[in-house]
Each structure stands twice: as structure tokens, then as C-alpha cells.
Design a protein around this ligand. Structure first.
Ligand code: AMP
Length: 411
């Protein structure tokens, strides 16, 4: 009898990119990682690394669409003896951005699931179509293999109605499916559990504020392992100041820009999603560059940093109030894991809430979860590197490994 397959391929299909990782779930090790960028352009780029040999290959040239991109990925994996036709491949796990209220758990994909992801396109017009293309292409390559959707929204479906509902006429909200869904859920789930582990506790025993600060950024309040509030809303635009997104603003700004500024809805959408946040404020969305400019005395970069940190601090305070008792605040993603000045500034002055950062610990760099609060602090402040691919692979493997793969809504 051949041994049961233990590998999971994780695919994260964006509008013009595909990121992938192949993991062996016996020890959660990476076998290969890679990225296809600028799909549909003349200068598409595929970068593939085989972790076993340490080989990295890079190719630049036209890759017309997602189908061609996945075929190129399959070819690269094949060259390393890790091809999609391998009997050791157990499943493909797909990141799907929007699962609405329907998908509360990872789900084995069938036609009904595809139809529901499609039905959610109006609330995720940028993301769900790309995710669907990735799934359909992978299905065509390996029709016999289980494909699992892991939803960015699923972790947030436990929010109470008081946090998830906007204060508008519920008949209108329900008709257009308007509510707070939240995103980055895979990361919030992974980091809140890893933070509990760091404290030597179970997720059920702790209340954690997770600050996922990447190019997109979101905060969540996690009570005993369940999300009770999060900063992103109907779309990823709400909440924290981000790389290029404004986060919270008075909704009347939009009416004002339309009526007084004569801007179209598409122009306002682009302004708030692509030309705002740190980039809109100072022309840079990379925190490294902003810190460099601040060191040179650049006033616009300093103001952008201050606005970013002020918003972050407001959410920390708000989620202290939502949770009542906070055991830990965890920083994660590109900025959260790497930018010590952001962590220091976000917590500065919050001693009254039991929050403080030890400057020496905060300056230490590393890949492991670690505490940066002073010894004996009432609230632990931690840096907890996120690993969305591992979380997707773990959830995928748990589903296909048990043989009890549910389809559709499991709630
Ligand atoms: P992510 O979306 O999680 O990949 O995060 C990307 C962002 O992380 C970049 O836009 C940078 O602003 C930020 N970042 C990455 N490395 C560093 C670093 N060493 N210091 C400060 N910010 C960083």
C-alpha cells in the first residue's frame, strides 16, 4: 500500500500575480516557494526556489494569463521532482479573500462552492475573480485532487452583531449584504493562537489584540480564541492607515469629493484605495523609506508616521475597551515584525492600560515569536511573525486528512 500523501500546495492568486508554497505536512517544512508577477504583461517574472537544493531560478518574459502562470509553476515544480502529478500531493489550498457570512470554515471546493464565491464578487470585485481563476486553473491541471478554499473572512464570522452591523437601516444592509466582514483572518487566527502559545496558555484562556501591519493593515480583538471585533469592514478600506489606503474617514468626504470636487465614484475609489494612506500623505508607502526620510528631518514623512501611529493607538485603546481584560498585544506582518519605532510609538503613553515596551527587547530582530514588554508587565506585548501559508496548508490538510471534508456552509 502506498503511503498517504502529505504535501499541500498553497496558492494565493491575485489579479496579476500568483504566490505559491509547497509544504510537507509531516513537519510543516517548505519544499518550494515562488511567485509569478505581472501576469498579462510582456515582462512577467517567475521566481522559484527549491528549498531542498537551495536552487533559485528566475525567468522574465510574457506570461499571458493565470492558466499559463500555473502551468509554468507546475513545470518549475516538476524540474525539482515536486510536480503536480506527484502521488505525494494531498491537496491544493487556495486563499480566497471574501467568503461572506456563508463560509465560516475552510471548505472543500465543488461547483456549489465556486458558485457562492462568484456570487460574492460584488463585495470583493478585485479579489474574488482572481481567486476563482486560480481555483479553476488548478482544477483543470489536477481534476482528481481535493481543492480547499481558506477564506480571509472566516475567522471574523464569530463577531457579535453589535460589532459587525453598521448603524444603517437593516433592510438596506441585508439587501446589499453590507456589514463588517473583516479580512486578514487567516493571519489573525494564526497570530492569536501563536501568541497564546508564547504565553504558555491555550487560545481559550487569553484575550489578544492582533495588529497585522503590512502594506494592508488591520487590527482585531480576539477573546478566548474568537474574534469579537476587527478594523476592516465591508471591504479592506476601513480602519487603520495603510500603505496606500486611507482607512477610516468621515463617509461624507466621499459625497464632498463627488459634489464639490466633481470626482467620479471610480476616481474616489482609486484615490482612497491606491493613492491614500502613507503614500498619499508623503509619497512613500514603505515604512523603511519613511523612517529614512524622518532621520533626514523630512516633515511630510514625520507627519505621515504620526498619523499612522495615532490611528493605531486609537484602535489599541478601543480594543482594550471591547475586550475588558487584555492579556497580550501582538504585532505582525512586514511593518509589525520589522519596524521597532512603530511598535514603540504605538504603545508609548499607554502605561495606564498596562502597556509598555522594553527598548532593548524591542530592538532585537528575529524570526521567532518574542516578548518585547518589560518583565512582569500586566499586558504582554509581543512580536509574532505571521505565516498565512502555513495556516492555509494546516487547515487544508486537516480537512482532507480526516476524510470528513464538509462542503459548503458548515455552521
Ligand atoms: P507585508 O504586506 O506584510 O509584506 O508588509 C510589507 C511592508 O512591510 C512594506 O511595505 C514595508 O513598509 C514594511 N517593511 C518590510 N520590512 C521592513 C523593515 N525592515 N522595516 C520597516 N518596515 C518594513
Amino acid at each position: 500500500m502506498s503511503p498517504s500523501p502529505t504535501r499541500v500546495l498553497v496558492l494565493n492568486s491575485g489579479s496579476s500575480s500568483v504566490k505559491y508554497q509547497l509544504l510537507d505536512m509531516r513537519d510543516s517544512s517548505r519544499l518550494a516557494v515562488g511567485l509569478v508577477e505581472r501576469i498579462g504583461e510582456q515582462t512577467s517574472r517567475l521566481k522559484h526556489t527549491c528549498l531542498g537544493s537551495g536552487d533559485t531560478r528566475e525567468a522574465v518574459g510574457p506570461i499571458a494569463d493565470h492558466e499559463a502562470a500555473l502551468k509554468a509553476v507546475a513545470e518549475e515544480l516538476g524540474r525539482d521532482g515536486l510536480g503536480l502529478d506527484s502521488p505525494e500531493l494531498a491537496a491544493i489550498g487556495h486563499r480566497v479573500v471574501h467568503g461572506g457570512m456563508f463560509f465560516t470554515e475552510p471548505t472543500v471546493i465543488d461547483d456549489a462552492v465556486l458558485a457562492e464565491i462568484e456570487r460574492l464578487i460584488p463585495v470583493a470585485p478585485l479579489h474574488n475573480p482572481a481567486n476563482l481563476t486560480g481555483i479553476r486553473t488548478a482544477q483543470a491541471l489536477r481534476p482528481d485532487l481535493p481543492q480547499v478554499a481558506v477564506f480571509d473572512t472566516a475567522f471574523h464570522t464569530t463577531m457579535p452583531e453589535s460589532a459587525a452591523r453598521y448603524a444603517i437601516d437593516p433592510r438596506i444592509a441585508d439587501r446589499y449584504r453590507i456589514r463588517r466582514y473583516g479580512f486578514h483572518g487567516t493571519s489573525h487566527a494564526y497570530v492569536s493562537r501563536a501568541t497564546a502559545r508564547l504565553l504558555g496558555k491555550t487560545p481559550e484562556e487569553v484575550n489578544v489584540i492582533v495588529l497585522h501591519l503590512g502594506n494592508g493593515a488591520s487590527a482585531s480583538a480576539v477573546q478566548g480564541g474568537r474574534c469579537v471585533d476587527t478594523s476592516m469592514g465591508l471591504t479592506p478600506l476601513e480602519g487603520l492607515v495603510m500603505g496606500t489606503r486611507s482607512g477610516d474617514l468621515d463617509p461624507a468626504v466621499i459625497f464632498h469629493l463627488a459634489r464639490v470636487g466633481g470626482m467620479s465614484m471610480d476616481e474616489i475609489d482609486t484615490l482612497l484605495n491606491k493613492r491614500s494612506g502613507l503614500f498619499g500623505l508623503c509619497g512613500d508607502n514603505d515604512m523603511r523609506e519613511i523612517r529614512r526620510r524622518i532621520d533626514e528631518g523630512d516633515a511630510a514623512a514625520q507627519l505621515a508616521f504620526d498619523i499612522y501611529v495615532h490611528r493605531l493607538k486609537k484602535y489599541i485603546g478601543a480594543y482594550c475597551a471591547v475586550l475588558g481584560r487584555v492579556d497580550a498585544v501582538a504585532f505582525t506582518a512586514g511593518v509589525g515584525e520589522n519596524a521597532a519605532p512603530v511598535r514603540e510609538a504605538a504603545v508609548a503613553g499607554l502605561e495606564g492600560l498596562g502597556l509598555a515596551v522594553d527598548p532593548g527587547l524591542n530592538a532585537v530582530r528575529g524570526d521567532e515569536p518574542r516578548l518585547i514588554s518589560p518583565a512582569g508587565a500586566r499586558v504582554a506585548v509581543a512580536v509574532v511573525p505571521t505565516d498565512e501559508e502555513l495556516e492555509i496548508a494546516t487547515q487544508t490538510y486537516a480537512l482532507v486528512g480526516t476524510g470528513s471534508a464538509p462542503v459548503g456552509n458548515n455552521s
